[in-house]
Design a binder for this molecule. Sequence first.
Ligand SMILES: Cc1ncc(COP(=O)(O)O)c(C=O)c1O
Length: 486
Amino acid sequence: MSLRTQSSLDVNEDALKELSAHVTNLVFEYLTTISERPVRAENHAGKTLAAIDTELSSEGRPLDQLLDECRSVMDLSRHNGHPRFFGYVASPSTPIGAYADLIASALNANITCWRSGPAGTELERMVVRWLGALIDYDRDAKGLLTSGGSMANMIALLVAQRRKSGVNTSRQGLWNAGPPMTIYASEEVHMSIAKAADILGFGRDQVRTIACDERQRMRIDVLRQKIEADRREGLRPFCVVGSAGTVNTGVVDPLNEIADVAAEFDLWFHVDGAYGAPGSLDERKEHLFAGIERAGSVSLDPHKWLYVPVDAGCLLFRDADAARAAFSTEDADYIKTHGYTDEEAFAFWDYGVELSRRFRALKVWMTLQYYGKRRIAEAISQDIALAAYLGEIVSRAEDFELLAPVELSICCFRYVPESGMGDAELDRLNERIMEMVQKGGRAYLSNATVNGKFALRACITNFRTTKSDIEETVAAVREAAKSLRT
Ligand SMILES: Cc1ncc(COP(=O)(O)O)c(C=O)c1O
């Protein structure tokens, strides 16, 4: 059967049925076998391209061949949804989230503004409010969905700077904004803050690194000292970033105390909760987040700990005027909205960088509504409990050392054989253990530096993980360590 019509890129009904059935099967096959796969197949650079036809077809290729190759691409991917994947901050996508993304792509709405994507815009504004309420930030939060936490953090810093500069930097540029404006964040803050300061022209050096206490939380006395010192130098402190779940160890900064300092020195208070903010859904951890409601803006990634497929970040704020002042443009006649009510004239381009935007809200909405808040909260609590369980195992073991308290769902530890090895040697050994575990495909850990030491780091944002997966991961680490030492 000829699957393609001759005249267009559209396909006939039979071909569409075949395509839908085969692709749905492929997804079904993947989601029902993910736990049995190696976390990462044996792989090397070039292996994927060797497994597929790399010539660009002139006339198109049969669907079955293409799907076979797609299977190879899937096989050779790292499976972030595997129950023993604990690297970086990567969660499995829920099945409903994956299908929601398919629906969004089929609809192909471009959520630039209400006029272009009326349904998508209304859903996004609702979902943003839900996210604000979910983490007890604000029941009437404003904001937008973004590609991720890096973009959310960058937008926040620009809004903050524009709000605090007192000069029209939008027109005149930073050259006319007076003495350098400075940002404050702990030494554990995510790299996206320094990167944003770089991209926005503030300069990485204008991000003042605040030392942490023994629990890796920002030291408020140091924060205050640095702000005062900069002020004496004639610099202009404008923003402090608190982390609600640091990427290294999952620690939450003392948000209320940071908010006090921000209020005292008239700084914008941004909270980077890209990873950790949903941790507040666990009532045992809720207290850690006290003060988040005092922030001017909060980053929170549904594609991390709300199990929504990439990409889905979010920036929440209260002061929509500040965001609009940073991004709205009077110059482009071709995008002006004519003849609409205020609500219908709403445009996301007034609040962020992107013009064309995916319909991200659909997968966030469908995920939250399919499971409901209680089930999502349970999955988060379970992740937290499993990280604590790993922490207990390594604390009790003679051959492991816990390197940081387990505050949310991240556990940092290292393998320490009985012989008295120094830190440098232990760093090298643990680095090799990590490499071996990663390549072995049984489990996947990444790394962090904790108080100068190389740590094996497990970040559990994974609703598929069970206690036995934790035990198997520990066994994989021990096995790697033993094979390296024999
Ligand atoms: C605390 C924190 N902030 C920001 C980011 C950046 O998020 P994204 O990768 O979505 O840009 C991460 C990523 O892991 C993070 O953990």
